[in-house]
Every structure is written in structure tokens, then in C-alpha cells.
Design a protein around this ligand. Sequence first.
Ligand SMILES: Cc1ncc(COP(=O)(O)O)c(C=O)c1O
Length: 447
Amino acid sequence: MPASSTISHTPNDLSAYWMPFTPNRSFKQNPRLLARAKGVYYYTPEGHEILDGCAGLWCCNAGHQRDEIVAAIQHQAATLDYAPPFQFAHPAAFQLASRLAALAPDDLNHVFFTNSGSEAVDTALKIAIAYHHAQGNAGRQRLIGRERGYNGVGFGGISVGGIVGNRKTFGTLLAGVDHLPTTYNRAEQAYSIGEPDWGAHLADELERLVGLHDASTIAAVIVEPMAGSTGVLPPPKGYLQRLRAICDKYNIVLIFDEVITGFGRLGFAFAAERYGVVPDIITFAKGVNSGTVPMGGVIVRESIHNAFMKGPEHIAELFHGYTYSAHPLAVAAALATLDLYEREALFARARQLESDFAHIVMSLRGHSDVLDIRTVGLAAGIDLAPHKDGAGVRGYKVMQQAFHHEHALVRVTGDTIALSPALIMNTDDMSRLVDKLRKAITHIANT
Ligand SMILES: Cc1ncc(COP(=O)(O)O)c(C=O)c1O
């Protein structure tokens, strides 16, 4: 193979890479390639500047290619490339766990590291079941998720998740799972900024599920405080508080899946803080190191952790873990990222920008193809009218048009466009982003 082919920025054969959550055949006819990034921009191999409306995939919260994070990763790679996390450890892993525990609310003081949000979710579900087992309640195995929830793609995550496309072709999934209804209701909530007034009562559905299955069979409830992937669905006012109260009443472990909502997306370290509701377990990933090196994890309450700390001292208390748990590069990146978040007060910045962002995005209201808009923190979901050619066609075309012709990266699920800019984006760029999206929507409307 000639040396030049290994450094080419534009691959000449796209067939070998089976891309995740991507229509591969369509992509490969007209690829959207990203070769470089800085700040709030990507650059294509041809050098076009692309305004990143999504912080990558809800993860590069500090913006791209931040010098401090790059330097930390480089230094770590040159110092300690890898250390086995079973039976051994490297010092920075403890430092990061302590930093995360300090950011988490109340007595969520113990951190278990994974490499992704999906692994974090499956880890949280396993810990919840094993916790009840350790307490002598081995009958508590049932898991409750929510319709329109996205909790990653492990078998646990798709079982508690509520997206039919992610579930229907993968067999019977985990047994003993049930679902709360989605909190979204367009007739009651359309164009709400922040948490909608309507819908707290939907948490009472948990009472119904307890009545159906009995509390003695239920291990945990898992919800995203704000459902991100299915289109930015903020929790109705009071909803999470009600879930917490019902979980307390029946001794059910409450898991907040904060893979998207963690690290500033809603203006706080965790959504738990924004809502003043303390779950028993928090999952995180993405923003923990601004998307630079794969990392996820769970943070658990003191009492849950301590329930495992018994038995013979030479035997692992939890038979679970990953080869790359607390990988040195991911840890170094996370420590540098947390420093950056703190030094630049990026969570507070997101809080300050929230209202401006909401009004900028709401300027799309009134467009004939826009059916609803939701905003919370620095996240927005924009529902488009389905195209005459079928569900998802308009959304996909708008995303393509935005990229190729408006030079903006936006996220699409079905006919919903999601925006989640880096916490460093300024309001001028937010306005430019929304103008680009408006032009893309209008262009597709006229085709
Ligand atoms: C709430 C939530 N949980 C879990 C995941 C899965 O994370 P990953 O893609 O890192 O496995 C995601 C990804 O977007 C997510 O939004």
C-alpha cells in the first residue's frame, strides 16, 4: 500500500465501515465527512467550515480541540498508556472519582467507570438488582423504563428504553420490564420553554405499575430527567419530585440517566441539581470529558455502595467491570475537562444563555413545516411536519440540506431536529445556526 493512502483525508472506499445509526447506503452516496474541528466548528476534508449545532453528539460541551484537554491526553499517552483496572489502578482514577462525587448531589459518593453511556446504563441496572439481592430482596428484579426513553443500546438499555425501532428486531429483550408513559403531549405542551406546566400526574403511573406487579418485584425505575434523543422532552414541573416520592414509598431504586443532561447541558453539573431531586444512581458519559475519549460511569449513593461492602475481603464485591474502566487517557481528559468547566464557569454560562437560546430557537415558530418546538437548558427539539413521502423523510432531507448547503451540523431523529450547542457557543452563532436551519427547512418545503 503506498504510504500516501494511509494519510489521505478522503477515503476512496466507504464500503467496509458499517456506520452506526446511519442509513449507510444513502450516506455513502453523498457522505458527510468531518476531518478537523476547533471551537464550535467542524471542517470537511475540502476545508468547508461547518457550524456544529450539536456539540458533536451532545458531548463536546467545552467545544472542540480545547488546548488543555489535548495537552492532558498527549501527556497521559506519553506517561501511562494503560493500567489494568481489575486488582490494580492508577492514581488519577481515584482523583477523578472524588471530583465526580463532589459534583454529584447529596451522598452519591461512589463512582464506577464504564466506557460509554450504554455500559453505564447496563451497569446501573445491574447494580440496582444486585443491591436488592445484597439486602436480602432477591425478588426485586423488575425494571421500569419509559416510553420514548433512550438508554443506550445494551440489552438492558433497549429493554428499559422506549424507542420501538431500537427494540423490535432484537428478540424478546430482558424479561420483567415495564414502562411509564412518555411525558410528552403536544396538545397540552406545544411550544413550551423549559419544563411544561402539564404532566406531573403522569408520574402516578408508577403507582399503577406497583399495583400491577407489586413493589416486592420491582428493583428500579430509570428515566432521563430530560429525554434527549427522542426530541428534547423536558420533564413536566413536579414530575420528577413525584417519581422520587413514589420510589421512596416503595423502596424502589431511582436511576437518572444523565448521559446527556450531565455536565452543563441543563445549566448544572447534573439535572438532579436543577430539579432539586436526588436519585439513587446517576449515569453519565459524553460531557464528562467533552467527548474526547470514550468514558462513562455511574455514581451511586453511599447506602447502595455500602450494601456491597461485606463478605470475604479477598473476593470482589461486585462481579462487573470493563477492561477499559477508568482508562488513563479518558481519566486525564476528564480531569482537564472538569478544570475547564470550572475555570470558565461553563455550567453557569449555559444557565445564563438558556433564555436567549430559547428565544432564538422559538423564532422558527410559525414556519409552515414546524409543528412544535421545545427548549430547555442549551437543548432544543424542533418537530417538523411529515413529508408526503413518509415519516422521517423531511427530517433527513433537512439535515442533509443543512450540512451540504448551509454548512451546519444538526441532529435528526425521525422528523425531529435537535440542537445542543457547545456551552461556549455565543448568541451570534446560535442565531446563525437557527438561520441556517430555517433556510434548510424552507428549501426542503419548496422541493
Ligand atoms: C440518555 C442516554 N443514555 C445512554 C446513552 C448511550 O450512550 P452511548 O452512545 O455512549 O452508549 C445515550 C446516548 O445518547 C443517552 O442519550
